[in-house]
Write a protein that binds this ligand. Sequence first.
Ligand SMILES: Nc1nc2c(c(=O)[nH]1)N[C@H]1C(S)=C(S)[C@@H](COP(=O)(O)O)O[C@H]1N2
Ligand SMILES: [Mo]
Length: 316
Amino acid sequence: MRIPENEVTDERVYLQRRRLIAGLSALPALGLSGCAEADPPAPPGPVISAAEAASGFKTDEPLTRYEDVTGYNNFYEFGTGKGDPSKAARTLRTSPWTVAVGGECARPGKLSLDDLLKGLTPEERIYRLRCVEGWSMVIPWLGVPLADVLKRFEPNSDAKYVAFTTLADREQMPGIRYRSIDWPYREGLRIDEAMHPLTLLATGLYGKALPQQNGAPLRLVVPWKYGFKSIKSIVAITFVKHRPHCSWNDLQPSEYGFFSNVNPDVDHPRWSQKTERRIAGSGSQLFAERIPTRLFNGYAEQVGDMYAGMNLRRWF
Ligand SMILES: Nc1nc2c(c(=O)[nH]1)N[C@H]1C(S)=C(S)[C@@H](COP(=O)(O)O)O[C@H]1N2
Ligand SMILES: [Mo]
């Protein structure tokens, strides 16, 4: 799967397609009915079923524009500016791509991306993504539940955690020459978190292949945790007995915890986590209204049980 550079999915076209699929008529919000005086109404959110909403798999909140999802990124391997990855990651070669899966499991192996995902059909998930920096997006991902992939390797009873590693290739990734992070970028989850149905291995967004800047060809999406847990361009997945090294936690453990569950009541030492701004249009996020941040990023109903009885201040 490759995306020609000139191909852009407008989020309204995408939404319209979704609504047509849902069997509904074209959007009045496209302005086709003509109402010259009024401001163009905001695109409505996607059509979702009650079951989809209850599962947390989809939200009907307005989607973040495709150009913002793919133009405002954090991917330090390609620079620390939000606009750097969309330019510098164009040269990332995502095919062929292999992923090494190993550690505490019966069937370790080094697999091509096709073999890793063989027989699994990507599903659409519409998730909120909350960055620890205080901004957020609503993104329609394509991907497979991480659990479906992990089970194939038959983890054993010593597999208490899962560790993930990003590619670190000096030649393809200009940001690697700066020691901002001890490369490769690493992240990890507790095994129950990794196996949770909300945890996604994403291969696409807006109905097509993942752009390089969003972590092609394979990235993690853990919607109830701060964005830095959603590690990009994964080359290794390892079942481990002990809590694995995680890049941001290693860098500044007082600021970035291992769990990093979104929590409005546990502030970052340098800024409040009580509110967030939805990215909406280049530059305009600076003026976007602050909205309240929700515990577990609004997924408490689905994930709260995993942390029952845990002191979330201590285990931030
Ligand atoms: N390998 C790698 N993964 C990464 C990052 C990174 O710098 N390198 N940044 C993280 C951060 S801080 C966020 S908020 C999300 C951003 O994902 P997006 O650019 O697709 O919105 O990716 C995360 N995954
Ligand atoms: Mo982030």
